[in-house]
Design a protein around this ligand. Structure first.
Ligand SMILES: C[S@@+](CC[C@H](N)C(=O)[O-])C[C@H]1O[C@@H](n2cnc3c(N)ncnc32)[C@H](O)[C@@H]1O
Length: 195
């Protein structure tokens, strides 16, 4: 298993995936032509972050799983050597560690948007990963049962919005009603205002 930003699904999505019309882009407020600074606080394998960076956003990524962070770091290093995606990878910076602590003591400029996609223990969720890859990833990373704790520090730090990706029928993060939701076939994006 490895992160490949230059080829495979990432390349297909970059070239044919629907650009700013994609759910993650709309949820992060890119539709009107804006390219906000985004902090992806649950980076995983960086697929969503790469979509946003490919659309022009500066994206900081936080990942606490040493394995996922190592896969990401390796993927970013290879992308930096690829003529087609090097400029995109240069817009992505990885921070290793727990997001709750990092959000509460964020070292850089406040991001306009914070994006959260914690692992949800729902095997029905469709994924770009194969079933085998997904099972391996979930076995290592676990089910992010502490995800509710991310919403308040994210809303305190974000300047414009917090976008939360959930399986379509999953309960609200921290039980909090969002300002609005964007519904996809299998996922939902809940958008919260700062506060
Ligand atoms: C579902 S995956 C994210 C997938 C990602 N959106 C993508 O496109 O590849 C969730 C990831 O968030 C990470 N994560 C969850 N809670 C975290 C936290 N509090 N701090 C840092 N990383 C966290 C997990 O380790 C896991 O890798």
């Amino acid at each position: 298993m490895r992160v490949d930003f230059a080829g495979g699904a990432a390349e297909w999505r970059r070239k044919h995936g629907g650009g700013r019309g994609q759910g993650v882009a709309r949820a992060c407020g890119l539709k009107g032509g804006a390219t906000p600074r985004v902090l992806d606080a649950t980076a995983g394998l960086g697929r969503d972050a790469f979509v946003l960076a490919a659309l022009g956003c500066e994206v900081d990524l936080i990942e606490r799983s040493p394995l996922a962070a190592a896969l990401l770091e390796d993927g970013l290093a290879r992308a930096a050597l690829d003529a087609e995606v090097a400029a995109i990878a240069a817009r992505m910076r990885l921070y290793r560690g727990g997001a709750a602590e990092l959000l509460a003591n964020w070292p850089g400029a406040r991001p306009e948007v914070i994006y959260l996609d914690p692992m949800f223990p729902d095997t029905r969720r469709k994924s770009a990963l194969s079933k085998k890859e997904m099972q391996a990833f979930q076995a290592v990373v676990g089910a992010d049962l502490d995800a509710d704790a991310l919403l308040a520090p994210a809303r305190a730090l974000a300047l414009e919005r917090v976008a939360v990706k959930r399986p379509r029928h999953a309960p609200l993060l921290a039980g909090l009603t969002p300002a609005y939701s964007l519904e996809g076939d299998s996922v939902r994006f809940d958008v919260y205002l700062p506060g």
